[in-house]
Design a protein around this ligand. Sequence first.
Ligand code: BGC
Length: 333
Amino acid sequence: MLLFRLITIITGVLIAVSLTLSVFYFFEIRQIDRELERVNAEEAGAEYRLALITEQMDHEYWHIVEEGVQEAGEELNIEVKYLGTRRTNYDEQSKMMDMQIAGGVDGIIVQAVNEAMFQPLIDKAVDRGIPVLTIDTDAPSSNRASYIGTDNYEAGYAAGTALADDLDGSATVAIITNSLTSTHQKLRVEGFEDAVDEYDQIDIVTVAVSNNTRIEAEQEAAAIINQHEDVDAFYGTSALDGIGIADALEGHRREEDIYTVAFDSLDETLSLLNDGAIDTIIAQQPYEMGYRSVVTMKGILEGLHYPSIQHTSVDVITLDNVSDFPFDGRKKP
Ligand code: BGC
């Protein structure tokens, strides 16, 4: 009798446990099914899958490019994977590109930061039927379908002209550039040098490298202030260089008497301009670069042809005209 009762209780408990588990797993599986359905729908819904590969993923400038890319992606039903290295590292960035080629995306938008390195990769993608656009930094010797971004030589030239005008054709200049080997940085230095070459009384005393970090830009600028007492102007050739220069000038209380021309209208750069720490900004259009590259890629995938170079504009911003530029790099095309 006792044994019978025990068996009944155990059976009851087992039935209750298995019922509870069945109900639990029923809801769990339904949840997973829904999730899978959602992912499948999203994948099936996106007309094309693209990759954007940049030299620094977590960087305000590139986040603005990303905003443009994602907005165009949403409007056109295109999925864009935003990729990039943590710190500028050409090897790592080129490996990322190789992986995207192997993964078979529909199109690649890449900052071809070093032409010699990226040209073979771009051609490899194109040979496999994956169209490539270059953004921000071009590799004209490659088979990329089109370049979308600043004319980097002209932007450097504009920086040189602005400096020469503002300092009445006489200055001792130090340049901080993010790299001596990246294509766009070289062009920005060349353009600047050519512009100031026309002035006998403008000398460039040094070109220092920041490796695309704010801290190294600051350290280099601080060392220059200590070593070259005659330097009265700085030119920073990329987004973090001008900010690093301003940090160094602040540390030496020299913001007032040293002229600085910087690149990119990031929030902080604009506020440094408003505070008088930076005198001139060469502003690019990162949002537009992102947006236009997705629109162009869709067109290419659908058989349209585009000019091989699509330059975005550059604005020279000073305290006198800053109120005309409320967009901080997010001007829509
Ligand atoms: C350049 C980008 C670069 C960024 C870095 C910008 O001026 O166009 O290529 O990655 O600065 O700070």
